[in-house]
Write a protein that binds this ligand. Structure first.
Ligand code: SF4
Length: 320
């Protein structure tokens, strides 16, 4: 799994595989992407709890710009299956290399932290684990089940890898019955070879399509970053592809370049353009669309899940 970022980090230790890439200077952020530095007491409390339970979060590993706001509200996205990814996406700040040993106690620790935080909704994601026979699917399922036991009132959203070449992995995760199944397309197909080497656009689309076929009641969700070099026609085509896979919820956010060795920011997409993308997407039939410069797949995920349920209920009422 790969994640966009908002900070500058030195490449060699986290990203030895990117050391030979050309330098891409990082442009200055426009005002609409500036956020307050984190530091509230609630932020510190969330941070302490994550440390106490020895959990990794994508909020920290990807250097997410929203961490101050989210952690203040005790909303963190837990990253399971270790901190080291087997892929090397050129937009992502999560470390690439030899992955950690699987920790069999991690599902229990995640569940305890979710219960301690008293979360109404939790997002669980992971690094890519191409080295594991099932890509980590059983670990996802164990984590979902452990959360259900420790915090039965909490709704669960998973943001999974593509499980490329991992037979039955999707079935394993879907059988554990998360409330939302998210898999990000990340970018338009033309940019896959550069931005997501190791992934396949149509395979990722198929993941989403298959989840809906396996359980038509499960909410499906996907997201892309813009500002990577795509054009508007390509973004609209991605929307059509996602609707053909019956995806319910689309997120679109600005790509931010973690270091000079990462994929260059092609441009900053303006807030007006995000509003226009949102209108197009709603017109194409998504139940919910979040499109703004700071949108990330898990940003405001709890509130959005409530909206998603309400939107489905309203749409079923209209049909009925
Ligand atoms: S947007 Fe998601 S990844 Fe970023 S801080 Fe919030 S919960 Fe964490």
């Amino acid at each position: 799994m790969s994640f966009p970022s908002g900070i500058t980090a030195p490449p060699p230790r986290r990203h030895p595989e990117k050391a030979r890439r050309p330098d891409n200077p990082i442009p200055r952020k426009p005002d609409w992407l500036r956020v307050k530095a984190p530091g509230s007491p609630e932020y510190q409390a969330t941070r302490r709890l994550m440390r106490e339970h020895a959990l990794n979060t994508v909020c920290e590993e990807a250097g997410c710009p929203n961490i101050g706001e989210c952690w203040k509200q005790k909303h963190a996205t837990v990253m399971i299956l270790g901190r080291v990814c087997t892929r090397a996406c050129t937009f992502c700040n999560v470390a690439t290399g030899r992955p950690d040993l699987l920790d069999p106690h991690e599902p229990r620790r995640v569940a305890e932290a979710v219960a301690a935080l008293g979360l109404s909704h939790v997002v669980v994601t992971s690094v890519d684990r191409d080295d594991l026979g099932d890509g980590g699917a059983a670990h996802f399922a164990r984590t979902i089940i452990a959360i259900r036991c420790a915090a039965p009132g909490t709704t669960i959203e998973v943001l999974t890898p593509d499980f490329l070449h991992k037979e039955s992995a999707l079935e394993t995760v879907v059988d554990a019955k998360p409330d939302v199944f998210n898999h990000n397309l990340e970018t338009v197909p033309r940019l896959y070879a550069e931005v997501r080497p190791g992934a396949r656009y149509f395979h990722s689309l198929r993941v989403l399509d298959q989840v809906k076929r396996l359980d038509p009641t499960m909410f499906t969700k996907s997201g892309i970053m813009v500002g990577l070099g795509e054009d508007k026609t390509e973004v609209l085509q991605v929307m059509d592809d996602l609707r053909a896979a019956d995806v319910d919820f689309l997120t679109i956010g600005q790509y931010l370049q973690p270091t000079i060795k990462h994929h260059a920011i092609a441009r900053f997409v303006t807030p007006e353009e995000f509003r226009s993308y949102r209108s197009f997407a709603l017109g194409k039939g998504f139940l919910l669309v979040s499109a703004s410069p700071l949108t990330r797949s898990s940003y405001h995920a709890g509130e959005d899940f409530a909206r998603l349920r309400a939107a489905r209920a309203a749409s079923l009422a209209t049909v009925g």
